[in-house]
Every structure is written in C-alpha cells, then in structure tokens.
Design a protein around this ligand. Structure first.
Ligand SMILES: *Cc1c(COP(=O)(O)O)cnc(C)c1O
Length: 232
C-alpha cells in the first residue's frame, strides 16, 4: 500500500506572499509610469491571530489594517509596544462611542463617513493631542447597507473635515460593491479626490489591487493574498 502525504494544512508563507504582492504592485505601478514605492501595502490582519502579524513583522512589514476596534484593542497594544515604527489603519466602520479607543490605538482612520463622526474625532484629538491620519470613506456604489458618505455628499464632508475641523484628510477610501467591476468605482473615487485636491486613494483588495493601482491607488488593503483565508 502507498502512504499518502500527510493531510496537514500548510501554514501560509507570509514572507513569500508579501514579496509576491509587492512585486505585483510594482508591476502594476510601472504600467502607469509610477514606482511601486508610491503605493503603501496595508496588510489586513483582521481575524488572524497575533502570530500571523508577528510573522509579517519578521518579514519586515510594518503597515497593517484592522476592521474592528474591539478586536484591534485585544490584539494590538502589545504588538505596537514591541514594534517601533509599526503603523495601524482602521479600515472598518467606526461608532462614535469607540472614537476614544480608536484615536488612542490607530495611526490612520480610513472610515470617516459622516459629520457626527468627524466632529467626535476632532474633539477627541483636541483633547488628547493624538492626531491619527484621516481618510474619508465614500460609498461609491451607493449601497444602502454600506458605510461611506454618498458621492454627492463627499465634497461637503471633505470641506467640513478640512476647513472647519482641521482634520487634514489625507485622501479617500472605498469598498466597491461585491461582484461589480471595480474599475468604475476606482475611477469615481479618483475623480472626487482630484476635484477636492486630495492625494490619497485607499482602494483595492486581494482580488483587485492591481486594477486599483492602475487607477491611481496610493494605498491597497490586502488580507487574503498575504495571510491566506481568514479563520472562521
Ligand atoms: C477585509 C478587508 C480587506 C481585505 O480583504 P481581502 O480580500 O482579504 O484582501 C480590505 N479592505 C477592507 C475594508 C476589509 O474589511
């Protein structure tokens, strides 16, 4: 009888995955006459254990994304304390009652999508002196269940953040509707940013980050292609 190879699920090779994703980013950027260094790869570690983050850090990666404040609060304070230079982005919805925790923990908050939240963030930053970077999330697909300011209201929210609240938004972020061609959404986000004079564009995930880079992404948020499928 023959003995089959053992049925052990291989741990993803996080170092190799990071290198492969970086390489694809650089290739997509070069297509457009940019350099890969223009694009920040945010490794999305949500649901994955701290050990996965540690493996990415050991491979030299320092920029991460989490989508839930509660989960990040449990996972990140020790990782941050142990890792000078690490940068943590909040990429999921933020409730105003979590603003305090978010400002304390995150270096960039990408999901500012309504005046009430912008005002709460500005107040917390004034109080604590901590100033995370800010992106404004736009609901480019105008999906009722989804977070993000509607495209037609984006300009007013950008103006509120920039001119009245002094939040200095760095750019815009979007999550295109599942199952739709993402290019139209990337182009729309880019147009809104261009009109508002914002340089940052956080768009593109595992399935479409190269397309996003071709449409001008400055930040891509990639989870599965780095860490493998999320545990259920
Ligand atoms: C989970 C998540 C990602 C990463 O998704 P992958 O398909 O695993 O790359 C990117 N952006 C946001 C907002 C997310 O919640």
């Amino acid at each position: 009888m023959t003995i089959d190879a053992p049925q052990i699920e291989d741990a993803p090779d996080i170092r190799a995955n990071l290198a492969a994703v970086e390489k694809r980013i650089t290739a997509a950027a070069r297509d457009k006459g940019r350099g890969g260094d223009d694009v920040t790869l945010i490794a999305v570690s949500k649901i994955h254990p701290a050990a996965a983050v540690t493996a990415a850090i050991a491979a030299g990666h320092l920029v991460f994304g989490e989508n839930r404040v509660q989960e990040a609060k449990a996972k990140w304070p020790s990782l941050k304390a142990a890792t000078p230079g690490v940068e943590l982005h909040l990429i999921g919805p933020l409730q105003t009652n979590k603003v305090r925790d978010a400002v304390a923990l995150f270096d960039v908050i990408q999901t500012v999508d309504r005046p009430k939240l912008a005002r709460a963030l500005a107040a917390e930053m004034a109080k604590t002196g901590r100033r995370p970077g800010i992106f404004i999330e736009v609901n480019t697909g105008e999906e009722p269940q989804k977070a993000g300011v509607m495209p037609e209201a984006a300009e007013a929210l950008i103006a509120l953040c920039r001119d009245e609240l002094d939040l200095a938004p760095a750019g815009l972020m979007c999550i295109p509707p599942a199952g739709e061609e993402p290019s139209l959404h990337f182009a729309l986000l880019r147009d809104i940013a261009l009109r508002a004079g914002l340089a940052g564009l956080s768009m593109g995930m595992s399935d479409d980050f190269e397309t996003a880079v071709r449409f001008g992404a400055t930040h891509v948020r990639v989870g599965t292609a780095i860490f493998g499928p999320r545990p259920v």
